[in-house]
Design a protein around this ligand. Sequence first.
Ligand code: NAG
Ligand code: NAG
Ligand code: NAG
Ligand code: NAG
Ligand code: NAG
Ligand code: NAG
Ligand code: NAG
Ligand code: NAG
Length: 487
Amino acid sequence: MEPFHHHHHHRHTIFLVLLVFLVPPPLTLCINQEGLYLQRVKLSFDDPDNVLSNWNPGDELPCKWYGITCDSATSSVKSLDLSSSNISGPFPSILCRLKNLTFVSLYDNFINSTLSDEDIATCQSLEHLDLAQNYLTGALPGTLADLPNLKYLDLAGNNFSGEIPVSFGKFQKLEVLSLVENLLGGMIPSNLGNISTLKQLNLSYNTFSPGQIPPELGNLTNLEVLWLTETNLVGEIPESLGRLRRLTDLDLALNALTGRIPSSLTDLTSVVQIELYNNSLTGELPKCGVVKHDGLEAARCVNERFEWADPDRAVLFQNKLTGKLPPNLGKNSPLRWIDVSTNGFSGEIPENLCSKGVLEEVLMIENSFSGKIPAALAECQSLLRVRFGHNRLSGEVPKRLAFLGNLLEFSGNDNEFSGSLPVSIVKLGQLVKLDLHDNKLSGEIPSGIHSWTKLNELNLANNDFSGNIPNEIGEVAVAQLSRFIWK
Ligand SMILES: *[C@@H]1O[C@H](CO)[C@@H](O)[C@H](O)[C@H]1NC(C)=O
Ligand SMILES: *[C@@H]1O[C@H](CO)[C@@H](O)[C@H](O)[C@H]1NC(C)=O
Ligand SMILES: *[C@@H]1O[C@H](CO)[C@@H](O)[C@H](O)[C@H]1NC(C)=O
Ligand SMILES: *[C@@H]1O[C@H](CO)[C@@H](O)[C@H](O)[C@H]1NC(C)=O
Ligand SMILES: *[C@@H]1O[C@H](CO)[C@@H](O)[C@H](O)[C@H]1NC(C)=O
Ligand SMILES: *[C@@H]1O[C@H](CO)[C@@H](O)[C@H](O)[C@H]1NC(C)=O
Ligand SMILES: *[C@@H]1O[C@H](CO)[C@@H](O)[C@H](O)[C@H]1NC(C)=O
Ligand SMILES: *[C@@H]1O[C@H](CO)[C@@H](O)[C@H](O)[C@H]1NC(C)=O
């Protein structure tokens, strides 16, 4: 009888288990099809911070789930934003089954698959795709260009490799394309010049083969940003870029561009920032261009270039540029920062750099500038940093300079400055660095140097100073100077 007893008991348990399985919790039946797809997305992710914890399959609709937005009328999912959520796993291509999904951002996660042609081609409604800062690898899917409504594509900061697909010239509505910081090869394809809707083209920091800037990019007349820093560019800057009248940012720095800056760049009437540093550009800055404005035709010279272009930064350092700087540089534009260091510029320092009173940095080392420091510059109260080292500047260090209360650094070493140091120079209470070595300064070092409480580096070597080192300089030196060179 023992075995019977046992069997009976067992049957009872089996019955209970069946009950649990056959009668599902009532809400499970209610999740809609889009919610079911999203559950599969959730399953494909590794989610260590449980950001998807409220993606509850018992809900009727997915519309209140973290990162999901639905159309208010139809309750169909229109956007998924899981940016910066520490999610890892492959790109969830099942997302493309959500027929009304227009916006996807998985920005800044650990998405670590490839992106296949087949997967992405099915995301037909997409307008905005941001997969920047992930771990995607492999080739760029050429079928991205077939998405008829795509306006925004940001794939920056991944490990995509191979060439930019030829098909990318066929985007119908694309306004923003960023492929910055990938491992892309080949050359920048000329047919990107066919994406006439494009406003931002950001391709910087890729491992392209040496190639020229395609002149066809000059056809992108809606372009506002052209960002090609460190993309292995060689050859000359094409004249055609002057057609980009809406361009605000032109960044071609850290390449191997040669030849002159084309005069057509003076036609870039909207430009705010031009970065050309660290190339091998030669020749003088462009002289005159003819600009047509609302039927008006006017000759514009480079002298005015920075005026009507209104940049706040003029950055041209590390090239081989020669000739003079435009004398009106800064006259009508709020110039904040000029860096023309390490070129072959000559002539005088423009008078009006600080006309708008916002100039902070004047970096002009290693050129052949001559003449005096302009009086107006010595009265520029906004100045923080002045570097004139290794030029042929002469005359006295202006007395007014001693009243620039914000000045942190004044370097004028290896020039031909003469006369004595202004007595009041000791009033520069913020000064951290004063470097005037290798000049022809004479007279005595002013006393009162102890008021330079922040001074860290003082170099006055190889001048013709007379008299003794002021006693107090010894104290200052011991207390704070990391570098003190006297004679
Ligand atoms: C997508 O939106 C349309 C209306 O714009 C609607 O008719 C359709 O049912 C929605 N699709 C899904 C899968 O919800
Ligand atoms: C992602 O991980 C980092 C580091 O562990 C953490 O600081 C951050 O809060 C996490 N983000 C989320 C959304 O949980
Ligand atoms: C991607 O990340 C997931 C989850 O962390 C991991 O299991 C998988 O091995 C990774 N795949 C690749 C190709 O690195
Ligand atoms: C991406 O490429 C860099 C440079 O080649 C490499 O160090 C890194 O491991 C790669 N990461 C992934 C996720 O493939
Ligand atoms: C792109 O433009 C070029 C001219 O620059 C033209 O020859 C080519 O057919 C165009 N390609 C596409 C795909 O439209
Ligand atoms: C493209 O570059 C510009 C200039 O650096 C920047 O302002 C913009 O945000 C970038 N666009 C994208 C999508 O990263
Ligand atoms: C684009 O630019 C190139 C070179 O600048 C030119 O030859 C071509 O005709 C232009 N194409 C269109 C469609 O404007
Ligand atoms: C400029 O480029 C050269 C090599 O092309 C490099 O050695 C140098 O460090 C770069 N300068 C700056 C300021 O990046």
